[in-house]
Design a protein around this ligand. Structure first.
Ligand SMILES: *Cc1c(COP(=O)(O)O)cnc(C)c1O
Length: 419
């Protein structure tokens, strides 16, 4: 059914847009800063058309790949970086870093509570599970966050011992109910750790965070970060890949793990992806800003009609994820379905909640994206259980997100929500 042009929607949307105007202004400023930083890096490294030529076989002396690594390092304020289509996902990228850094007998500590679902599999529950961190004889300690969402420092310092080698921090909330950590807060964590344990390696899972702020974790002392190219830094156009940026010795170790000792980052034909990865990085600040503007709009609108959101529209943001709390399973299902209907791909498919491996409750997902799993594009997920939270993220154009919210409003209104 088509939504008729609706005067009351136009009025409501305009008033929300005026309300959030100053927050948008800050988002624009961050995008400008990041765009300038990226352009400067391209210009300093004299990026030219020959960098986009493809390499074959071993990919020795691939100038495009080497320049891309340098540019990623510069943009993230790091000594070194490795950016590859051979990193198949964010999880693979993070695992490459962890297995590169840790040796049997070492311990890994998650400072920010339970890590992202897929990383729990990488760590493993039982040392008998093949290939996991535990299976390699690496120990794991988890420091649950306090009820207020902050780091439990007393417990963390109690648990750090001589074997502890890597401290892992997750910037984004992921699909958890806790605030995300700003780069400034991550900087405080680094100072806190290093003041007592200067040799510990601080790793940050930077997924969903890139270019949401004007600075990135290596600029506040983080040793190594990881992220996915089908999220923020791919600008919505990169079809696969991941990146690591950080201290040169640590990137070298991760590169040895990705390829092989003796090969490191010197090998790897780029499979025709180099130009796209350059271009995606160039576009990323703008598309991240579109997603952020949409998230702020959605938050303000849904707050206005009585739903709880996190972050609130006016809160400072460090990632793309917007949580909305609905009142019932039906509402959250209808909301996620509206997002699918507002998508350019598979808009005619009606998602339904279903059981998913690794989840205890049925989950519903809207993902009408060009890139499979690409979550700088507009997507929404919700586990069907109290407190009926929907996780909304991405959107390559503000206009699409606004249109999706119009559909969602229409649906909620039909279901009896007062608007
Ligand atoms: C997306 C994401 C990952 C990695 O997920 P993939 O689906 O493997 O790319 C890890 N941590 C966080 C916080 C994420 O958002």
């Amino acid at each position: 059914m088509m939504i008729q042009p609706d005067e009351s929607w136009e009025r409501l949307a305009s008033s929300i847009e005026s309300q959030i105007h100053t927050v948008w202004k800050q988002i624009d400023q961050i995008a400008e800063t990041n765009q300038e930083k990226i352009l400067q890096a391209f210009q300093n490294k004299k990026v030219s058309e020959f960098h986009f030529l493809d390499s074959t076989g071993y990919g020795y002396d691939d100038a495009g790949r080497e320049t891309l690594d340098r540019i990623y390092a510069d943009v993230f304020g790091a000594e070194s970086a490795i950016v590859r289509p051979h990193l198949v996902s964010g999880t693979h990228t993070i695992a490459t870093a962890l297995f590169g850094l840790l040796r049997p007998g070492d311990r890994l500590m998650s400072l920010t509570g339970k890590p992202y679902d897929t990383l729990q599999k990488v760590i493993g529950k039982d040392p008998a599970e093949d290939g996991t961190i535990l299976n390699w004889g690496i120990g794991y300690d988890e420091v649950p966050l306090l009820d207020n969402g902050q780091v439990n420092w007393d417990l963390a310092f109690q648990m750090i011992n001589k074997k502890t080698k890597v401290i892992a921090i997750q910037r984004s909330r992921g699909y958890d109910v806790r605030p995300s950590f700003t780069v400034e807060e991550i900087g405080d964590m680094v100072r806190n750790i290093k003041s007592q344990h200067p040799d510990l390696i601080v790793f940050v899972d930077n997924c969903y965070g890139e270019f949401a702020e004007a600075i990135e974790p290596p600029e506040v002392g983080v040793d190594i970060i990881a992220g996915s190219l089908i999220k923020n830094p791919g600008g919505g156009i990169v079809t696969t890949g991941g990146y690591l940026a950080g201290r040169a010795d640590l990137i070298q170790r991760a590169a040895n793990r990705l390829t092989a000792p003796g090969l490191g980052s010197e090998l790897g034909a780029m499979l025709g992806q180099t130009r796209l990865i350059f271009q995606g990085l160039f576009l990323a600040p703008h598309f991240v800003s579109q997603a952020l503007k949409g998230a702020v709009f959605a938050a303000a609108l849904l707050e206005h009609i009585g739903f709880e959101t996190s972050p609130r529209w006016s809160e400072r943001r460090t990632d793309l994820i917007q949580t909305v709390q609905f009142h019932s399973a039906e509402q959250v299902i209808r909301f996620v379905q509206s997002i699918q209907q507002a998508s350019p791909v598979d808009s005619f498919v009606l998602p339904e909640p279903s059981e998913m491996p690794g989840y205890d409750h049925p989950v519903i997902m809207a993902a009408g994206t060009f890139i499979q799993g690409g979550s700088l594009e507009l997507t929404a997920d919700a586990p069907i259980r109290e407190p009926y939270l929907a996780f909304l993220q991405g959107g390559l154009t503000y206009e699409q997100i606004k249109g999706a919210m119009k559909k969602a409003m229409f649906q909620l209104k039909q279901d009896g929500v007062k608007i």
